[in-house]
Design a protein around this ligand. Sequence first.
Ligand code: NAD
Ligand code: WQD
Length: 340
Amino acid sequence: MASVMLTGGAGYIGSHTAVELIESGHQVVIVDNFSNSSPVVLERLQQIVGAGIVCERGDIRNADFLTEVFQRHRVDAVIHFAALKAVGESCEQPLNYFENNISGTITLLQVMQQQRVNGLVFSSSATVYGQPESCPIREDAALGITNPYGRTKLVMEQLINDICTAHPQFKAAILRYFNPVGAHVSGLIGEDPGGIPNNLMPFICQVAVGTRPQLNVFGNDYPTPDGTGVRDYIHVVDLARAHVAALDYLLREGQNITVNLGTGCGVSVLELVQAFEQASGRSVPVNIAPRRPGDIAECYADPALANRLLGWQAEYDVKRMCVDAWRWQSQNPEGFEPSR
Ligand code: NAD
Ligand code: WQD
């Protein structure tokens, strides 16, 4: 069993992955600066797994801090979640995104090299496909950029691939997530965006719980069956389990991989709203609004490569995603901390 550093492990996907890793027998060291998460998540993780959680508070851009963490703890591999991820904000503050995401990754890779840690699982995104030519999207589809956040993901993928080429002992699994939603079945951890949510599911949750009056549906004139945008929503617990499978694959096979993590099913905005209303018993009023700049009509994965290489496939359907998201939201109407 491995000892794994999770950068950004207090965040939405990292915290769910911590649970799945620990429940699979791995040890976890969370490294987070809490710039987009709450320390309360550590107490919740402890409640779920029934054991103390190792966490080092600090910034991945600080090489001295990272070096100390590697020296204090055994680390066999790193799962690198830490990043800023808001597309709109990245258009307003591109330098912050380049600095945090790209410089942070370079510092992490340098310290990993110094410490001779040679396994990396990296959080990439379907955003690297830009405007896809067709769906479902395979990993060999053309790549493109539609915003600075996406550029950071593409650059980081390229940096990691260059390092794999230069240093064959260094192995990486690049995971391209589609649209993660849902929450742990306990309702103790889930997605907690500070302020107004950018993404669809947390916005729907806040409408259902009464924090916001209605959902703006960004466009109903797309060339999709009901005119609204189509995405590949994937339950965060399925996604977390894919990280365990990717880590096991890296440690077992020692092969570099880049894989899509999605269900392969396209779901429209209105279909997700309807599924959520059924799951929660709450109504989610919608207002048809103009298209959001930069949005694409449809985006869903061909997950066959991950299915084949990792022996993993998404198990939870949209209904379950909504049930679990609603449990989290209704038990924690203001997220982890009311003030955030
Ligand atoms: P999140 O914001 O909930 O988690 C990221 C964590 O990283 C936060 O806890 C934050 O405090 C921490 N962090 C950020 N910069 C840091 C730094 N410099 N040093 C230390 N900690 C830092 O985001 P998430 O949804 O869990 O996303 C995790 C990863 O997955 C990110 O890399 C994101 O780009 C990627 N991703 C997310 C989605 C999504 O829709 N949620 C989709 C595709 C890819
Ligand atoms: C989904 C659909 C919207 C909000 C983003 C990033 C991507 C990745 C995942 C990190 C679209 C519609 C949304 C709302 C709406 N993140 N929508 N009203 O845009 O597919 O992907 O998150 O890597 O990089 O771009 O996700 O949840 O924002 O939108 O109608 O209030 O919901 O137009 O069709 P998206 P999303």
